[in-house]
Design a protein around this ligand. Structure first.
Ligand code: XUL
Ligand code: CO
Length: 439
């Protein structure tokens, strides 16, 4: 085994403060600094996404692999998987963060048979368990890759062929076993192929019922093995499917309620999925949070000029500030965290670029946390919002919300009280307030 996969990086990226010019240092993320009663590490719970960071090759639909990673030298796929895991733990340790996330097929290669794939996974899980123990790094969530294998090209749980459903269910069983074995704090369902390409060949009602059955089977198995992690659905409107059933927060919540799954799931909100759905990141977070269902976050950003999931590292302070306001206000992410489901650009060919990318994302969220804390502490927005809804606190407003009045009562009330006085929403003033904290 190689001594170090990142010899040019010190044993831990240091916090040096905002005036530091050292690109391999944090300017804002000071893991132990206490903000609003918790350390930054406890608030932010950063996680490395194994698929992008360790397995990403820079390949795109027009071109081949560009990144040459020192952990991909062996042609034996199991040897390569073991080296990749070693490198992952060194990387996470050097970043000084605590979590990682994976798909089953990221950490262990598929074998010739399903049984061989399961065996490969068990071997790597044993190695991961030992590395978690020696480093203190933990698994934020595990998941099954139910989109890469050609058999899933027409869906996994929503496949028209029950044989494929069974294969996907068996794969989830093993991915759940792996997540449980590694003490995973959550388990994610992202259904990239759980949707349709054309309604001409699709029984949408049946596919939704299949998907619900699939989720219920997972819930039953979770309870059976005593896995205490949180189940999460990760909404996305499209890509690779033309239409994905877990389109956005609202659609996913409606699905969970319709099929009696709501008590077993929360949502994992991804910034770039929100924008693909035609929403802002803060919209998706707010809808999930308002339902008490914001469980975790895939932290990244898209590019408004490109219409696909570019999975870039988050660098927009306005967006991370808004996200942290929502997260702080709901009292944190619980067992969830901020998982960098993000990749360096194809032209960022060096392994060191992975450090720059993560440092940028970590600092942008750390700074967002600091600003959000100030905005909340000083009630910079809350005072205005409270006042805006104050008419519901007493009089007719309180009666409306308590269900004490009907349309006839309100008709009488209006006849007596006349037309309402218009009040400004003060959007521009509030934008200036937010900017005064950010700039
Ligand atoms: C795809 C995506 C996935 C999920 C896990 O857009 O976000 O990587 O996060 O399957
Ligand atoms: Co994601």
């Amino acid at each position: 085994m190689q001594d170090s996969f990142f010899p040019e990086v010190p044993s831990q990226i240091p916090f040096e403060g905002k005036d530091s010019k050292n690109p391999l240092s944090y300017k804002y993320y000071d893991a132990k600094k206490v903000v609003a009663g918790k350390t930054m590490a406890e608030h932010l719970r950063f996680s490395v996404a194994y698929w992008h960071t360790m397995k990403g090759s820079g390949k795109d639909i027009f071109g081949d692999d560009v990144f040459q990673r020192p952990w991909t030298k062996s042609n034996d796929m199991m040897e390569r998987a073991k080296a990749t895991l070693e490198a992952a733990f060194e990387f996470i340790q050097k970043l000084g963060i605590e979590y990682y996330c994976f798909h089953d097929r990221d950490i262990a290669p598929e074998g010739e048979t399903f049984a061989q794939s399961c065996k490969n996974l068990e071997t790597i899980v044993a190695q991961a368990k030992a590395l978690q123990k020696s480093t203190g790094i933990k698994l934020l969530w595990g998941t099954a890759n139910l989109f890469g294998n050609p058999i899933y090209s027409q869906g996994a749980g929503t496949n028209p062929d029950a044989h494929v459903f069974a294969h996907a269910a068996a794969q989830v069983k093993h991915a759940l076993d792996a997540t449980y074995e590694l003490g995973g704090e959550n388990y994610v369902f992202w259904g990239g192929r759980e949707g349709y390409e054309t309604l001409l060949n699709t029984n949408l009602k049946h596919e939704l019922e299949q998907m619900a059955r699939f989720m219920h089977l997972a819930v039953d198995y979770k309870n059976k093995i005593g896995f205490k992690g949180q189940f999460l659905i990760e909404p996305k409107p499209a890509e690779p499917s033309k239409h994905q059933y877990d389109f956005d927060s609202a659609t996913s919540l409606a699905f969970l309620r319709q099929f009696d799954l709501i008590d077993h799931f929360k949502l994992n909100i991804e910034a770039n999925h929100a924008t693909l759905a035609g929403h802002t990141f803060e919209h998706e977070l707010t809808v999930a949070s308002a339902a008490g269902k914001l469980g975790s976050v895939d932290a990244n950003r898209g590019d408004l000029l490109l219409g696909w999931d570019t999975d870039q590292f988050p660098t927009d302070l306005y967006s991370t500030t808004m996200a942290m306001i929502i997260i702080l206000k709901q009292g944190g992410l619980g067992s969830g965290g901020l998982n960098f489901d993000a990749k360096p650009r194809r032209s960022s060919i060096d392994t060191i670029d992975l450090f720059h990318a993560h440092i940028g994302g970590i600092d942008t969220f750390a700074r967002g946390l600091l600003i959000a804390d100030q905005i909340i502490k000083e009630k910079a927005l809350d005072n205005f919002i409270e006042e805006r809804y104050s008419s519901y606190q007493s009089g007719i407003g309180a009666d409306i919300m308590a269900g004490k009045v009907g349309l006839e009562d309100l008709d009488q009330w209006i006849l007596k009280n006349g037309k309402p006085t218009m009040k400004s929403g003060r959007q521009e003033m509030l934008e200036n307030v937010v900017n005064s904290y950010i700039i």
